[in-house]
Ligand binder design. Sequence first.
Ligand code: SAM
Length: 242
Amino acid sequence: MNNQKIETVENRWDILYRDYPQVYDEFAGIGRDASVNHFIFQNFDLTGRVVVDVGSGTGKSTFALARHAKHVIGIEIEESMRRVASDQAKQLEISNVEFLAGSGEAIPLTDNSCDMVTAFTLAIHPPEGFRVFAQEALRIVRTGGSVISVGITPFWYGGELAEVILGPSRVTETDTEGVVDRILVEEFGFEFKDVDSIQDYGSLDRIIRTYGFIFGRKAIDYLRQHNKTTIHWKNRIHFKTK
Ligand SMILES: C[S@@+](CC[C@H](N)C(=O)[O-])C[C@H]1O[C@@H](n2cnc3c(N)ncnc32)[C@H](O)[C@@H]1O
């Protein structure tokens, strides 16, 4: 973990995860997941289920699932993120979770070994990697079980400030979310639902040192100019039953 704080990682999520997992953890804890979780827990019964949460990060999604499921296994590729998740599980005394090192493109679990696979804002680079992730998720879930992947709705990278962050042409040209959407829907037959949420950071200082730190200088300038402390997001939830 890096304690020498820079102003922004300028959309370098790999650096964020490796060196600033606590900044990610604070960002992920600011309300973006409430309406997504509501949709999932209303529509999928997790009682008594074993869930595998791929890209578990600092554990935010895993801990939410663990409140409903029997057992949740987080799979996470970045050691710094996994360490924060394991430490928090100990501190919070959550005993029905475990975190394994591994990739969504080679999940270290056997065929048909869980009831549900989730991925909350798992971003695989390049996005074509989602093809292998979908195959892996459908391999490890039992027949009748579900795969749920929560992503960003196409053209909503960074939420309502997508155009500020990427510029008008890049919003249409850098269609990472569109690639994932086409793979899951057209190739694997997933259904989807878009869900809106508002992140309320409460102060300019907090939005700049979390959201601004991640999404870069253009976002920081915009937030300052408009004294903006909330962000509107659209998440796309893809789901399929095996
Ligand atoms: C945006 S974070 C989401 C964390 C958590 N699910 C949450 O909701 O807060 C994405 C996580 O996926 C991890 N990740 C990226 N590529 C991965 C891969 N191929 N396999 C497993 N984890 C991956 C990253 O290291 C990061 O921790």
